[in-house]
Design a protein around this ligand. Structure first.
Ligand SMILES: O=C1O[C@H](COP(=O)(O)O)[C@@H](O)[C@H](O)[C@H]1O
Length: 243
């Protein structure tokens, strides 16, 4: 089922498994179609993306995916040690990276060893090095795909309600200290996410219904209401999300 909403297109699939399988197939097609330049993806944390990563690690899928031509960045990270269970990098490593022949140099984790502001600046420098410029050109998006989730409280990546990072117009990567969730965060900012060919939200479960409804109604207090892209934006949700 597809329906129009304020922000992007909404596709309702049966459950998280169906969403993960659909996005895995779609991502493989996009990756194989990208030739002559790296396929650049910003990965999300979260439970539904985790199943996507597990599917990508399956041998039949992994054998077809162009790992060497792909660059993985992260949309956000909790400022915890790299092996902490709360680390998005740790989750992606366990679900995917430890099973596939991805060149380590193609995986760009958000580091948490130094001060948060220093690590945010360092990550932005890595993105700029890949992009080959310090200014984003709308005709040449930074990311092929940005994967995103939606928190119960309306956050996406680590763009949390009421936080100064929501007003960031210059930086590509910034810190965020949520007042209603644990851990300082590093996150892509709105301008960096906007510099994309595709934004894909994966959202499941009744707990997300309230936040999703508010985003659909363009509630200005929901950070996800302001996600934009130079390309197309799709919300993959299950029936519990739309209610
Ligand atoms: O904190 C985070 O949560 C969001 C949503 O995760 P979910 O498990 O509730 O779907 C996620 O998109 C983000 O990457 C993560 O750091």
């Amino acid at each position: 089922m597809t329906q129009d909403v304020t922000t992007g297109r909404v596709v309702v699939l049966d459950n998280g498994e169906a969403i993960a399988r659909h996005v895995a197939d779609w991502l493989l097609d996009k990756a194989l179609a990208k030739t002559g330049a790296p396929f650049v993806v910003a990965l999300s944390g979260g439970s539904t993306p985790k199943r996507l990563y597990e599917l990508m690690a399956e041998p039949a899928y992994a054998a077809r995916f162009p790992w060497a031509n792909t660059q993985f960045f992260f949309g956000d990270e909790r400022f915890v040690p790299v092996d902490d269970p709360a680390s998005n990098f740790s989750m992606v490593t366990t679900a995917l990276l430890s099973h596939v022949p991805m060149p380590p140099a193609n995986v760009h984790r958000m580091k948490t060893e130094g001060a948060p502001e220093v690590e945010a600046a360092s990550y932005e420098a890595a993105l700029k090095a890949l992009y080959g410029a310090d200014a984003l050109d709308p005709s040449r998006p930074l990311f092929d795909v940005v994967l995103l989730g939606l928190g119960d409280n309306g956050h996406t990546a680590s763009l949390f309600p009421r936080q100064p990072v929501l007003r960031e117009e210059t930086k590509w990567v910034a810190t965020c200290v949520p007042d209603d969730a644990p851990h300082t965060r590093l996150t892509l900012t709105y301008p960096a996410i906007q510099s994309s060919r595709h934004v894909v939200f994966m959202v499941t479960g009744a707990a997300k219904q309230g936040a999703f409804t508010r985003v659909r109604d363009a509630d200005p207090d929901e950070p996800a209401s302001f996600i934009t892209t130079e390309g197309d934006l799709v919300w993959y949700v299950d029936p519990a999300v739309v209610g």
